[in-house]
Design a protein around this ligand. Sequence first.
Ligand SMILES: Cc1cc2nc3c(=O)[nH]c(=O)nc-3n(C[C@H](O)[C@H](O)[C@H](O)COP(=O)(O)O)c2cc1C
Length: 309
Amino acid sequence: MKPDLRVNFAGIELKNPVLSASGTFGYGYELSDLISLGRLGGIVTKTITLEPRHGNPQPRIAETASGVLNTIGLQNIGVKAFVEEPLEKLHKTGAPVIVSVAGASVNEYVGAVKILNAQKGISGIELNLSCPNLKKKIICHDLPLMSGIIKSVKKISKVPVIAKLSPLVTDIAELSLVAQKSGADGVTLANTYPAMAIDVKTFKPKLSTVKGGLSGECVKPMSVRCVYDAYSVLRIPILGCGGIMNGEDAVEFMLAGASAVSVGTASLISPKNIIKVIDGIENILKEKKIKTAKEIIGSLKGGLRSRRE
Ligand SMILES: Cc1cc2nc3c(=O)[nH]c(=O)nc-3n(C[C@H](O)[C@H](O)[C@H](O)COP(=O)(O)O)c2cc1C
């Protein structure tokens, strides 16, 4: 029998637990000639801001051992242009759309969400509170600011609000709890890891901004640990993210406590990888004769944790 892959994430019904990760899948519709986007559990768009942004100067991408460093710097067309064209096209994909939003202040987040509120067919908002590639400090390192953004957006949003957090903190469980207390309906764990690389031929940094965000296979164990730590304390669900390349990786995140996962760098290697992740989860459940994807969420055996209710 085919396992039932459906999960509910933060009140959003997903046909399977696999979403595209923000910024690695364009606005979300561009890949429709290459893969059947309707098969995805959901699409998290590239981060959108109130005003258009050029992003950071080149070079913005550098490969590392088992990973990628990026400093895109939130290049995007701005929310008004986004709702005119990409959003229209996204509706046609048949996948639930979660719009990723960022800004430099509470007002910028709220302004963007007000415009999105007037649109149909948006299933959720992911607040990018963790971009490591901007001149200012990472938003979730400023707890009052992060909390103010979540509270203000939650007050006006018509759809569930998910807080995407940085793994670069002393205690990810504590940070996730602050997001929960501020009203988030879910958290995404985690964004990229601030990192850098130097070209020893030129003695120059490999990225224009010197430092960037590290993603891909090399970050997976650290992001699984983030999910594990946060799951022990949270009531709200977790979207696991970081280095997911196949079904086994996705199942690992779910066993640690993720209700769903998002796939980033793997889609840069091949957009078809995200479909392999969905099929891979299904095969593992079949092999183990597990009937539903939701029963594996947090079902790690032998983990030394007591889940606080
Ligand atoms: C090229 C690139 C661009 C990204 N842009 C965004 C973005 O705009 N917003 C965001 O929240 N995360 C962004 N991310 C982070 C990913 O969504 C994801 O959290 C991170 O890459 C870890 O997952 P992965 O190892 O599967 O890539 C970006 C990552 C990459 C590699």
